[in-house]
Design a protein around this ligand. Structure first.
Ligand code: HEM
Ligand code: NAG
Ligand code: NAG
Ligand code: NAG
Ligand code: NAG
Length: 337
């Protein structure tokens, strides 16, 4: 009788599936690790060499690129929409009003890889694949875990500044709001905690945490959840931040350039920089994971690998929704906006 029960279910699936595809959307593409094996066999090697040279010259590249990748994926999917430059008819994602202070070195390493790949295998490798592969190589290079990057993304044909705000998390959201936001994009609270571990490298501008130093609330200027020594140091660093907005601090002041689990250890010592970092230790859904990752780096790396592999496939474009851009900062058909 199991057969009889299975048969109608199969029919329902068979009928329902094509119906879901009657919209203009193309089906999600199937990505593979060896996508360029025949068409651009040197792809991995070119990326690795470009990345190694750039990271040696500019050690901030790794963190800048990891953040660029996250922002690209969350806005329109992992489709290099964030690499598009604005023009007179289109204000692109990277020029959104919320100054994202994205790293120039991150854009640069992608452009360099693209230039080399266009000489070796013109018109073949998408900018979104370059960004995904580059991010993985950089994470690994600064001590993070290796993970598999599937390839075959197309580059998006839409990049709009006004799509940015609603699609990125903000430091002043509560953790419950942030969990809801991640869930709305198909990511779990566990994945939120693991991905936040990216803040084990890189830095933040003073304006992102200055409220914790100078105007926590009406009666208490400094957030009591920040270690007093850290607060003291940051107040000096950020004393002039309104005059000099470039003033910044390391996200992880203990091992700032190393991808490790120090981020979570810092939270437990009240050394977290952003409100959204410290908050992870206070929310009952995220706290146990912070505790786990703080004591078990392998558990963090395992969760981070899974979450990055999932993030890398988020909203990937195919068919007429995408193209292989000739230049990463410009749509092939410039009229398209
Ligand atoms: C969960 C919510 C998150 C919030 C509220 C948040 C917020 C921020 C903020 C405000 C900064 C400082 C930017 C600046 O001042 O230049 C920052 C930096 C950074 N974020 Fe996040 N972030 C979040 C999640 C993530 C995720 C999921 C990743 C990657 C997987 C990530 C990677 C980074 C990196 C690497 C930096 C340092 C960038 C650099 O040094 O150039 N963040 N984040
Ligand atoms: C959070 O920050 C954003 C951007 O900095 C701002 O527009 C928004 O009003 C803030 N929200 C709250 C609740 O403070
Ligand atoms: C400000 O924060 C402190 C420390 O958390 C708290 O004791 C105090 O009640 C708060 N004051 C106001 C006006 O919210
Ligand atoms: C802040 O600005 C003043 C005057 O411009 C300068 O003398 C001082 O060194 C600056 N402090 C920091 C920490 O940058
Ligand atoms: C955005 O931030 C960067 C780095 O702090 C700064 O150089 C740039 O002038 C800012 N742009 C705008 C439009 O505020």
């Amino acid at each position: 009788m199991a057969m009889a029960a299975a048969f109608p279910a199969f029919l329902i699936l068979y009928i329902a599936f094509p119906l879901t595809l009657t919209s203009a959307q193309a089906p999600p593409p199937v990505l593979t690790e060896d996508y360029y094996a025949k068409t651009c066999p040197d792809f991995q090697k070119v990326i690795r060499e470009t990345v190694t040279e750039k990271q040696k010259e500019k050690p901030v590249t790794a963190a800048g690129t990891l953040r660029l990748f996250f922002h690209d994926c969350f806005v329109e999917g992992c489709d290099a929409s964030l690499l598009i430059s604005s023009n007179h008819v289109n204000k692109a994602e990277r020029d959104a009003d919320e100054n994202l202070s994205l790293s120039g070195d991150a854009f640069d390493v992608i452009m360099k890889a693209k230039t080399t790949l266009e000489l070796t295998c013109p018109g073949v490798v998408s900018c979104s694949d370059i960004l995904a592969e580059t991010t993985r190589d950089l994470v690994t290079m600064v001590g993070g875990p290796f993970y598999k990057v599937k390839l075959g993304r197309l580059d998006g044909r839409v990049s709009k500044a006004e799509h940015v705000f609603a699609n990125l998390p903000r430091t002043n959201q509560t953790i419950d709001e942030m969990i809801k936001f991640f869930e709305s994009k198909g990511f779990t609270a566990e994945e939120l905690v693991a991905l936040s571990g990216a803040h084990t490298i890189g830095f933040s501008h003073c304006k992102e945490f200055s409220d914790r130093l100078f105007k926590y609330n009406a009666t208490t200027p400094t957030d009591p959840e920040m270690h007093p020594k850290l607060a003291e140091g940051l107040k000096k660093t950020c004393a002039n931040f309104t005059k000099d907005p470039s003033m910044s601090a390391f996200n992880d002041m203990i091992t700032p350039g190393k991808f490790d689990n120090m981020y979570y250890q810092n939270l437990k010592r009240r050394l977290g920089l952003l409100t959204s970092d410290m908050g992870l230790l206070n929310n009952p859904r995220t706290k146990p994971l912070v505790e786990l990752y703080a004591t078990n780096q392998q558990a963090f790396f395992d969760a981070f690998v899974k979450a990055m592999e999932k993030l890398s496939l988020y909203g990937v474009k195919s068919g007429k929704d995408g193209e292989v851009r000739r230049r990463c900062d410009t749509f092939n058909d410039v009229i398209t906006s």
